[in-house]
Design a protein around this ligand. Sequence first.
Ligand SMILES: NC(=O)c1ccc[n+]([C@@H]2O[C@H](COP(=O)([O-])OP(=O)(O)OC[C@H]3O[C@@H](n4cnc5c(N)ncnc54)[C@H](OP(=O)(O)O)[C@@H]3O)[C@@H](O)[C@H]2O)c1
Length: 313
Amino acid sequence: MKAAVLEGIGTSPKFRIKELPSPVIKAGQLLVRNFASSVNPVDAIMRMGKSLLNLMGTSNQIIGNDFCGRVLASKSRLFKEGDEVFGMTPVLHGGTFAEEIVVDESWAVLKPANLSYLQAGIIPLVGLTAYQSLFSIGHIRREDTVLITGCTGGVGASAVQLAKGLEAHVSGVCREGHRDQAKELGCDVVIDYERQRIPSEAKYDLIFDAAGKYTYSDMKEHLHEHARFITTRGATQHIKGMVTTAMDMLCESKMKMVNVKPRSADLLYLKQQAEGHLLLLPLAATFPLEELEQAHQLLAHGGIVGKIGITIS
Ligand SMILES: NC(=O)c1ccc[n+]([C@@H]2O[C@H](COP(=O)([O-])OP(=O)(O)OC[C@H]3O[C@@H](n4cnc5c(N)ncnc54)[C@H](OP(=O)(O)O)[C@@H]3O)[C@@H](O)[C@H]2O)c1
């Protein structure tokens, strides 16, 4: 089977397509022929981390977390050969930029019947992040008023659609050039992060910083008394934001940071929303596995709406 394995070390390792032996499965696992995946910002960190394992002699490192494909062999009572499944591997585990992958039964559910492999394969990591932030941590309720930053990114676009599924009133933060797409996703109000501020009088039942650019201090004046601020990473891109985020996490009970995990019950919710036509992510671009590096370059460049898909033929 072919896989995109990491070559080189440090900040700019490359991928090389290699033929590897088919992986072997154990009890509770599936062997999946993977047809689609996507690139995620965490790939950049995993690329650096796993490339160091190359240096230590652990070769053929494969990253990637999203998958969608067909079960080739099953040692699980939940799935049988031929089932079409989608899901994600744990972030540190990776392994999905490959034709054949080993999947624990708790990392997958049946693919949404109405979506293609590609449409389904771009959902899991960002969809689960949005679901776990809004529902498991944020306890979102029907018709809540919600603010979502990065509302046209992968996590944000998922969050907007999941919140609208509960008839929430959604304010989305994105760049001015993406205003129309934010509206199409379902945002009732759009705030341009380059030129506008959140209206001083605005208060929300839930603020989800899907972009991972804001601190609790940035948002606290906009939280209702019992509201929560949930972020994907806080403002950890710079030292000052890192310190503020760490302090807020220690001291502020209203602030939480999500740590996405594969969970089949949550995936099932995403499948149901997709089948109810309430979840469909915009596809900004698609690359074959052989052009994974170009996909990562486009993701790092930014400015896209939705997801970058990877096809594995
Ligand atoms: N903790 C976890 O478990 C977890 C899980 C998944 C993702 N994440 C993190 O969550 C973040 C978002 O992931 P993603 O997949 O959605 O990435 P993405 O698709 O690149 O989306 C990020 C979005 O944020 C927007 N943005 C940039 N600066 C902004 C600002 N100041 N205010 C509002 N929006 C802004 C970007 O818009 P433009 O490109 O138009 O500027 C883009 O639409 C990443 O940092 C990722 O590493 C964390």
